[in-house]
Design a protein around this ligand. Structure first.
Ligand code: AMP
Ligand code: MG
Length: 455
């Protein structure tokens, strides 16, 4: 890999991506960022500043995963298929006697499998029966003085209703269950501690808290969590033509929408946006606002990085002593994107066109914001889909074109959104992904499986 200094210039997409990734690794390695304790739900989307450890086994007891009967698999293996139902255990309950040979306990999903039982037979494979059973000599069987005492030998289960009458006067009806399928030990049971042992790490430091991670923290009894403080991301839009959203634009002015697309993206990936006032295309005021922005954890500039006479961002950064890691990437849209540092403050100069700003954020800035929030940057969320129409372009640039992913679950289809170029915000709003066109491809054919990047 090139060093930062060698990387200066216009890079291929892959090179530029890797340069940013390298910086992310450096940021993560440096560690040492402020944290705060927040309520569990407020931690959604945040990043763990300390590991969550299991306060007990997960699951805490052997968990039945089906409604049915807890049995001893050995019984079934040895041909015993008619078992005495000696109890019932619902989720939240326990059945405290060991299940002996010849016995079954009716059990519900989520309940603790009683000792002695080692398989749960699904209720669908069983049939309840009742029988009259000799009482004599059988007293104490349920006391379970030893595991085997509860055993009901084949000859003790007598007289299925309707069959031959018992000779003894003392009789009672007993619940039986016929097991209609063999069952192996362990079937439909998750053993205690199979997911995690007490004391084991459930969530590492640096984990992003999505719904599954929040659930895990909740299950471990964490009502609040220590998370990293959100990185502050300064957003500075440049351009003499810009007015703030609430202002009435003159005939040749436009509203500063980039500040909002960027702020929304920053929020989405766990940062705190700091929207600075619009910077005019004038070096004095621009310098002042850039200096303000560099106080944040990272500065995102929009506009002013092309080759025009009033594109002053690069030269202003240079006069502030900036080191540039790259000053362009062979992509469309977004080719003029720049990445660098002033002192220890990183910045991206993103091209001003509304689609370019979103694409370059997605490709490069997102991972930096993620790293600054203490999380391993997520990879680009790419997927394959079938192109629904021929597409022709020129070679040389990796293209990320606004597109729509539709179609069925097993047959995703993508179509390029009609657009008027990288200033077309409406196209961006109609899109739900970017179609990726590799730099060596002139034509993508209808029906071809192509790559998209989700957003
Ligand atoms: P620039 O990169 O400064 O040359 O700007 C390229 C195009 O993007 C021009 O048409 C600008 O008017 C437009 N543009 C620049 N900044 C913004 C912004 N903050 N919001 C919306 N459009 C912008
Ligand atoms: Mg401009």
């Amino acid at each position: 890999m090139n060093t930062a200094a060698q990387s200066t210039g216009v890079l291929s997409f892959e090179e530029a991506y890797e340069v940013v990734r390298q910086h992310c690794r450096r940021i993560l390695k440096a560690g040492d960022r402020p944290s705060e304790e927040v309520l569990l739900l407020q931690a959604a989307g945040r990043v763990m500043a300390e590991a969550v450890v299991a306060d007990r086994d997960f699951p805490p007891f052997p968990r039945a995963t089906r409604d049915g009967f807890a049995v001893r698999a050995d019984d079934l293996a040895s041909g015993i298929t008619l078992l005495r139902v000696v109890g019932q255990v619902r989720a939240g309950d326990s059945y405290d006697l060991p299940v002996a040979s010849g016995e079954a306990v009716e059990i519900m999903t989520g309940a603790a499998v009683p000792a002695g039982a080692d398989a749960v037979v699904m209720v669908e494979y069983t049939e309840r029966k009742s029988a009259e059973i000799k009482h004599q000599g059988h007293e104490g069987a349920r006391r379970g003085e030893s595991e085997d005492q509860g055993a009901v030998a084949d000859d003790q289960i007598l007289d299925i209703a309707g069959s031959e009458k018992p000779r003894l006067e003392e009789k009672r009806t007993e619940d039986l269950v016929e097991i209609q399928r063999p069952s192996a030990a362990g079937e439909n049971i998750v053993p205690a501690g199979a997911e995690a042992r007490a004391g084991q790490e459930l969530l590492p430091r640096g984990a992003r808290l999505g719904s599954a991670q929040i659930a895990l923290a909740a299950a471990a009894g964490k009502a609040s969590l220590k998370v990293y403080r959100k990185p502050r991301v300064a957003i500075l839009s440049t351009g003499d033509e810009l007015v703030e959203v609430a202002e009435k634009p003159g005939p040749s002015q436009i509203r500063n929408s980039n500040s909002y697309s960027l702020a929304a993206l920053v929020v989405e990936c766990g940062g705190e946006p700091v929207q600075l006032p619009i910077a005019p295309d004038e070096e004095g005021k621009l310098t002042e606002l850039i200096q303000e922005g560099l106080k944040a954890d990272i500065l995102l500039l929009s506009g002013g990085v092309s080759m025009g006479k009033f594109d002053l961002v690069e030269q202003t950064l240079k006069s502030l002593g900036a080191e540039f890691f790259f000053t362009g990437a062979m992509i469309q849209p977004g080719k003029p994107v720049v990445f660098g540092e002033v002192g220890s403050g990183a910045f991206f100069g993103l091209p001003g066109n509304p689609v370019s700003v979103m694409v370059t954020f997605e490709l490069f800035a997102r991972q930096m914001v993620e790293a600054l929030s203490g999380a391993e940057p997520s990879r680009l969320k790419s997927a394959k889909a079938k192109l629904n129409k021929d597409f022709t372009t020129k070679t040389g640039l990796t293209r990320f074109l606004p597109a729509r992913l539709d179609g069925e679950l097993y047959d995703p289809e993508v179509q390029v959104v009609q657009w008027q170029g990288s200033g077309d915000m409406l196209a961006a709003a109609r899109a739900n992904c970017y179609l990726v066109v590799p730099p060596d491809r002139e034509k993508l054919a209808k029906g071809e499986m192509v790559t998209v990047v989700m957003r």
